[in-house]
Design a protein around this ligand. Structure first.
Ligand SMILES: [Zn+2]
Length: 280
C-alpha cells in the first residue's frame, strides 16, 4: 500500500505540467508581446489576482514569470511547430486567460549544396554530428540563476539579413530542419560583437556550424554564433556587450560568408529580431 501510494505521488509529481521558472530579474524589461510561432508571449497579470499557493500553468508550454511591482509577467517562448492557435492560462485549473497565438507564414528556401559529405555525411561524420548535437542541446538548455538586468540586445554586426528565422529549408530538393537562426551576411573577417553580456559556455568547431560560440546570458537566455572564420573567446570567459567574440566566416555547411545567430529562451529557439534594441 505504501509503495503504491509512493508510486502515485511520483506519477503526480512527474506528470505535472511545466512549473514556471521564476526569473531573478527585478525590472522585468523583457521584449513586448510577440505571441506567434517562433515568438515570445509576454502576458501581464495583476499580482493581487494570484494567491501564492495557487499553481499557474500554460498548457504544455514552458514559461517563466517575472514580478515587477503590482504586475506578474508570463513569459513563454512559442515553438515554431506549436500546433495550437491559442493557449489557456490556468490558475489552479481555473482558466484566467486565453492567449491567441498568431500564425506566421514563413517562406521556403531551396538551396543546392555540392559537397556530398554535407548532404549525406559518412558514418564517422554522423557520430561527430551526434556528439556535437548533444553539446549544443546542453548549451541551449543552460539555466543560470543570475540576474539579467535587461535582455534587449545590440546588433552583433553590421550586415544584411540574408535568411530570416523560421524559413522552411530544402537542400537539394530534400526537406530539412527549419531555420532556427537569423543569417546576417557580411564579408569574411567582419568582427562579430557580443550583443549582451554573459559567460562563454561553448567555443568549438562543429561539422555543420563550423566555428561556433555559445553565450549564457543568465536566467535561461542563451545565444549562439556560427560559421565564424575564427573565435576570439574561450569557455569560462565573461564577456561584455560590444566585445569581439569572433569573425564572420564560411566554416561548416554554408553557401557563403555570414553569421548564423540563434537565440534560445528556456531552451526554445526564438526569433532573435525580437530581442534587438533597434530593429533592422
Ligand atoms: Zn542560418
Amino acid at each position: 500500500m505504501k509503495t503504491r501510494l509512493l508510486t502515485l505521488i511520483t506519477l503526480v509529481t512527474t506528470s505535472c505540467a511545466n512549473l514556471p521558472y521564476q526569473t531573478t530579474s527585478s525590472k522585468c524589461l523583457f521584449p513586448i508581446d510577440s505571441a506567434y510561432l517562433g515568438g515570445l508571449i509576454n502576458y501581464s497579470l495583476d499580482v493581487d489576482e494570484i494567491d501564492s499557493e495557487e499553481r499557474l500553468e500554460l498548457e504544455d508550454l514552458t514559461f517563466a514569470t517575472c514580478k515587477s511591482g503590482s504586475k506578474l509577467l508570463i513569459l513563454a517562448p512559442v515553438p515554431l511547430a506549436y500546433p495550437e492557435k491559442k493557449v489557456q492560462l490556468t490558475l489552479s485549473n481555473k482558466v484566467i486567460a486565453s492567449i491567441k497565438i498568431a500564425d506566421k507564414s514563413y517562406r521556403e528556401s531551396r538551396i543546392e549544396i555540392q559537397n556530398n559529405n554535407f548532404v549525406n555525411p559518412s558514418e564517422v561524420t554522423q557520430k561527430r554530428i551526434k556528439k556535437e548535437y548533444t553539446l549544443g542541446q546542453k548549451a541551449k538548455n543552460t539555466f543560470t540563476r543570475e540576474e539579467v538586468k535587461q535582455v534587449m540586445m545590440d546588433k552583433p554586426l553590421k550586415g544584411i539579413i540574408s535568411s530570416e528565422f523560421g524559413v522552411k529549408r530544402f537542400i537539394n530538393g530534400q526537406p530539412r530542419n527549419r531555420h532556427i537562426g537569423l543569417d546576417i551576411a557580411a564579408s569574411e573577417g567582419t568582427p562579430v560583437q557580443v550583443p549582451l553580456a554573459g559567460n562563454i559556455i561553448l567555443s568549438d568547431n562543429f561539422f555543420y556550424k563550423g566555428n561556433v560560440v555559445y553565450i549564457d546570458h543568465g536566467d535561461g537566455l542563451v545565444s549562439s554564433y556560427s560559421h565564424l572564420s575564427s573565435r576570439a573567446v574561450d569557455v569560462g570567459q565573461v564577456v561584455s556587450s560590444g566585445e569581439v567574440l569572433g569573425f564572420v566566416g564560411s566554416t561548416g555547411r554554408v553557401t557563403g560568408p555570414h553569421l548564423h545567430w540563434e537565440v534560445f529562451y528556456l531552451g526554445i529557439p526564438i526569433n532573435p529580431e525580437i530581442f534587438l534594441k533597434i530593429k533592422y
